[in-house]
Design a protein around this ligand. Sequence first.
Ligand SMILES: [Zn+2]
Length: 256
Amino acid sequence: MKIKRQKQAKKTTSFYKYNFGFREPYQILIDGTFCQAALKNKIQIKEQMPKYLMGEIQLCTTSCALKELETLGNDLYGAKIILQRFQVRRCPHFKVPVSASACLLSMLGDNNPHHYYVATQDFSVTQGLKKIPGVPLLYIILNTIVLDKPSQASLDHVQAVQLGELVSPAQQQSIRTLKEEQGIAPKDGVRRGRKRKRKQSNPNPLSCLKKKKKKQGVPTPPLKKTEDEGKKKRSRRTKQKTEGGDGMDAPIAANT
Ligand SMILES: [Zn+2]
């Protein structure tokens, strides 16, 4: 049974790894309900979680979750002690704390950009996070931690990506790096080549017309003259300099 559980967890973690860009250390957002369940079932979160997920983890929570435990009184004192040990992540409720469930869901946003795993026993949180694609859920049942199978929202998102309807940012990056590594990126080159050809064919007739007009109308000859004069002056100066250099020989010629 243990091996089967571990296999399922590995399958699920790799699902999030490849489809949503999850990386170690896995960020695990925990609330008081999970700590309470861990305490009841004598589960050492810090020891068992990395073994179960087979990777490095970072346990974290929010100040709202901590404050909620404080207000709930002595029954949850043990859970509070456990939760206090974890890193406190900034939430947008610094001035006015909200319920732990509302806070955790706000940390996930629309697409869980910080790649949080959520560890909770709170039904409202689990129901809420299942609507957001790419949020792994951890809960405790029958004395063990369980990583829930990907939600329908996550599966739908992945399917949409595979059908080409969506391209996840993680995939966009990996596609770019793969192209660079293999020296492919010919699609861009071909596109550029086509564009260049069009550019070459278009400007030629236009530039010809403009030149003819200028010659016929003769509205801007003074500009050209000044340009020519400038060029002539430059050439004269250089000539003078060279003459000066040659001038050392010149007087000898004059004397003879
Ligand atoms: Zn908060």
